[in-house]
Design a binder for this molecule. Sequence first.
Ligand code: C2O
Ligand code: CU
Length: 497
Amino acid sequence: MRAFTRRSMLRGGAVALPFAALAACSNDEPPKPAFVEPDDERVAAAEAARNPGRVREFQLNATAAAVDLGGLVVPTWSYGGTVPGAAIRVAKGEQVKAVLVNDLPEPTTVHWHGLQLRCDADGVPDLTQAPIAPGASFTYQFTAPDAGTYWFHPHTGTQLDRGLYAPLIVDDPDEPVDWDLEWTVVLDDWMDGVTGTPDDVLDQLRAGMSMDHGGMDMGLMTDGHMLMGASSDLLGDDAGDVYYPHHLVNGRLPADPEVFEADPGARVRIRFINAGGDTAYRVALSGHRLTVTHTDGFPCVPAEADAVLIGMGERYDAVVTLGDGVFALVAEAEGKQMRGRALVRTGSGEAPATDFAPAELTGHVLAYDELAPAEAVALEAREPDRTIDLELTGSMGEYDWAINGRPHDLDNPYAVEEGERVRLRFTNDGHMWHPMHLHGHTFALAGTGLRKDTAIVLPGRTLEVDFDAVNPGRWMVHCHNLYHGEAGMMSVIGYRD
Ligand code: C2O
Ligand code: CU
């Protein structure tokens, strides 16, 4: 099946080619390095090697409709009319077959965040598939090779900052279960249909700062959609630039929160997903410590903390043993002085006030360095065969975010060879932190070996991550701050053909 070829899309037959492009095709020119295309047989071979199991069918309707966020009804875009969309849940090794029907007024795609899936199902428009036109549908079918907490969202424009997101949970039938209940907790910063749309936000960010605050520290200020002065002891003095009027936990406002009911003493596995556009969340459960068991789907050596900081795109699983009473699960919008929340009720008692901030939020917040991968998922020790330097460039003032100064460069992949151990070296000399995400692979942080697919690169720091090049295709590496990504902080890793 050759449903889509990238070359024909980008240089489309009806478009007149400039002379230089024609010359590049002639036989006299040195050939450009060729990369594995999404429809290459090597992609199909990698999928076959996953031993695709039972096919599980799902229907996804991307739709523009009003959604109730708990006393506030907003016009937005969602999967199936709810925020978050209904979770997709399969067992490891099963195939997800999801039919996306696009009832939005714009083209869309679905990206399955964190999965080591076949490249032609990765959902990146103009890289792995043609955009799905309004009124059209598209069938994604891929094997889910690894258990864990994942999620899906569009990879088109600013659509992620509407209500288009949902969990994707992959179970391991062989995993020893030492919890009684599960709870998936999706965090999101919300403005769509309240103060504007994500497109309005991007326009304003691109237009630049309208206020000159001359480098003075004037505290937290807003100007339209922009937020200034969001400083954080964990992320630096610019923790976020977008003002959101609401912070949601599982699609609910703090005043009318989701209530998770259980018996006292129940052990609960909480799966945290940050689906935000421009907000890191510091999460804590009042009266409890969290035992973190998984990072971005993969098991780690369990570690205890009062709170966990979760960047956009990151996931953490944590186990807690519930006390007796009513407890607030609070997601502090890092640096933004606002919160979202849900409640846990195991007994009688009054719910804490809407703006209650548990002491745990300022207790011990887990750092990457304190975490190690579980033995079963540690990458074997090996020197990298290749190091790719990715400098995170740009600034808030110019809003010219890029990688190595090349904005949105999807046509010149950084080359890798199948079978290599590859190191990505992210260098951040700017003033903002960036949650960097690689598609199609779960890397290991150099040093600890912690397995992740999205990792925070702090201002003034360098972060190195290693992965094994075992999944041929073209894979995005980008900032999961939606607005940084859209502004240009995106590039591609390509497997040499
Ligand atoms: Cu969740 Cu390319 O992203
Ligand atoms: Cu960024």
